[in-house]
Design a protein around this ligand. Structure first.
Ligand code: UDP
Length: 246
């Protein structure tokens, strides 16, 4: 029997009442883990994610060391209880792919040459998933890296755009991701408050060139809003530290 596809847009609004260009509510907190060098907790809609950064630190095994720069490792992991159908613990094809593309998005932003022979390990743990986890993880990882004091060229800020019932919509949630016509996660390098380049771009489904242009504009608009929330989270953490010192 075929599954019934729910209506995703009713009277110009999305299932959760959002406009097409509206993000889900976002909450970001830096420095949530005591034992990591840097950390971040993020909620983007119903996604709940923790990022932890260790390093720069000595790399083991030693033969992996690079005498000219730090090596970056990124592990994306979904908790078994994070999704509707229990997720089998351990890496799978999807998590290996997400880890790879996310590492590649972050690598050029990190000033790796400053930390020869060392390693920077980034762990992201999805506690609750509701679509857009790879982008939410990148937002958290970026804040956690800054929290760890890792020198960066800028901030990585990520958000997905989807095509749903022919409309281009920002930051799709699970139903839109599942039943929509296309899903396009973006990550941007933002420097001095300006989008400088695209750090990640994937695409699942179909969009016309015109729709893709619109998707990029929408993603940029959403990314600037997220960027401000990332910055605020970092500022809050530093002012908290200052108060503690005083
Ligand atoms: N998902 C799931 N089980 C899985 C993998 C994914 O239920 O094993 C859900 C989860 O909510 C995830 C969504 O499907 O956020 C979309 O997954 P996708 O691969 O598009 O990555 P994401 O949008 O999370 O970056």
């Amino acid at each position: 029997m075929s599954e019934e596809i729910p209506r995703l847009i009713v009277d110009g609004k999305r299932l959760d009442g959002r406009d097409f260009d509206e993000l889900r509510p976002i909450k970001i907190e830096a420095g949530v883990l005591r034992r990591a060098d840097g950390s971040c907790y993020i909620e983007m809609g119903k996604n709940k994610i923790v990022a932890a950064v260790y390093g720069p630190r000595e790399v083991h095994p030693r033969h992996l060391q690079d005498p000219s720069r730090a090596i970056i490792r990124y592990r994306y992991n979904m908790a078994p209880f994070s999704v509707e159908e229990r997720k089998k613990p351990g890496p799978d094809r999807r998590s290996i792919e997400i880890s790879k593309v996310s590492r590649e998005a972050l690598e050029p932003v990190i000033l790796k040459e400053l930390f020869p022979r060392s390693g920077i390990d980034i762990f992201v743990e999805v506690l609750q998933a509701d679509a857009g986890t790879r982008t939410a993880c990148l937002n958290a990882a970026s804040v956690a890296l800054i929290d760890a004091g890792v020198a960066m060229r800028g901030m990585i800020t990520a958000v997905a755009v989807a095509k749903v019932e022919g409309e281009i919509v920002l930051d799709p949630m699970k139903e839109e991701d599942n039943y929509g016509e296309a899903d396009v996660p973006f990550a941007f390098l933002i420097r001095n408050g300006k989008i400088e380049s695209i750090a990640l771009l994937q695409m699942d489904g179909k969009m016309s060139a015109e729709e893709m242009k619109k998707a990029l504009e929408l993603a940029k608009k959403g990314a600037m809003q997220i960027y401000n929330i990332q910055r605020e989270a970092i500022m809050r953490k530093y002012s908290r530290e200052e108060e503690e010192v005083e």
